[in-house]
Design a protein around this ligand. Structure first.
Ligand code: RIB
Length: 314
């Protein structure tokens, strides 16, 4: 069954330079050819939803400039609903400058531009869309008061609120906001920032999950890259292993994971099944460069499932 997912989040144009190693402070390094492609955590997650077969709308702001218009046009081509993306005059569109090293690790600088102008009023005007959603999916590249408004409207309407807490802010997220979140998907660094616990094994993952749940979030899925993902079900730690893969570029792997997780859950998959699908999609995305251009289609994820080792066939 096709259910509606509304993403509230950012749109960026990503400028990516491949480098041997990430630059140190004060260091200038010569990298490879520039790759310009569409990105932004909100847009990436919306595209991941669309390519996995979900019906998706994006609530966002872009600048009234070439990048902004290109973003809206590209989202339309992907089948993402854009009726609630506003062109914002006098402000540049969001841009991300990304360095990717030889191991596929990245370092990202974001200029938020129009993303920082997404207001609670923008979200209120899209109230009907939020009320009709099955899942509302958010990240932290747009202002917190706006996200809080979206989460509370969604909650009032009984729809599931999913937060990817990236990038994690310098100050802790308020309890009033976390109390509106049904499912949160931190990576290990974000989970450590939220819980104070460094994730080194299953026991510490469970401790971190419990510490985050104690802050008011109902369900926690910690993504751990090559180690897969952790969650707690019926009081037990569940560790869903990652699919082995060759890493070229990890950009948008977390976004791919979140988009696919939400579609699978909205279709009625169990949490372990949804995490396994999301792991598979993320593993495919890291084998390719870039953000949108690395996000797989459902057909590819299903093929990966069919070809997977029994340990990864959930
Ligand atoms: O999560 C990856 C994204 O982070 C990139 O596409 C970049 O735009 C930044 O927002």
């Amino acid at each position: 069954m096709k259910r509606k997912i509304v993403v509230v989040g950012s749109c960026n144009t990503d400028m990516v330079i491949p480098v041997e190693h990430l630059p140190l402070p004060g260091e200038t390094i010569i990298g490879g050819d520039l790759l310009t492609n569409q990105g932004g955590k909100g847009a990436n997650q919306a595209v991941a939803v669309a390519r996995f077969g979900g019906e998706v709308e994006l609530i966002a702001r872009v600048g009234d400039d070439g990048f902004g218009r290109q973003t809206i046009e590209s989202l339309r081509r992907e089948g993402v609903g854009t009726s609630r993306i506003r062109l914002t005059p006098g402000v540049p569109s969001g841009v991300a400058l990304i360095a990717v090293d030889a191991k596929g690790e990245n370092s990202i600088m974001v200029s938020s531009g129009a993303n920082a102008r997404l207001t609670p009023e923008d979200v209120e005007e899209a109230g009907e869309m939020l009320r009709e959603a099955d899942v509302v999916l958010m990240q932290l590249e747009t202002p917190l008061p706006t996200l809080t408004k979206a989460a509370s409207l969604a909650r009032e309407a009984g729809c599931r609120v999913v937060l990817n807490p990236a990038p994690y802010p310098p100050t802790p997220l308020p309890a009033a906001f976390l109390g509106l979140i049904d499912l949160i998907t931190p990576n290990e660094t974000e989970a450590m920032a939220m819980s104070g616990i460094s994730i080194t094994d299953e026991a510490s993952a469970l401790e971190a999950i419990r510490a985050i749940r104690a802050q008011g979030v109902k369900q926690v899925v910690i993504t751990a890259g090559g180690a897969g993902a952790y969650t707690e079900l019926d009081g037990q730690l569940l560790h869903i292993e990652a699919c082995p893969t060759h890493v070229v570029d990890t950009t948008a792997a977390g976004d791919t994971f979140c988009g696919v997780l939400c579609v699978a859950l909205s279709e009625g998959a169990s949490l372990p099944e949804a995490i396994a699908q999301a792991n598979r999609a993320a593993a495919l995305s890291v084998t390719r460069r870039g953000a949108w251009q690395s996000i797989p289609y459902r057909r590819e994820v299903e093929e990966a499932k069919a070809n997977s080792h029994p340990n990864h066939s959930l």
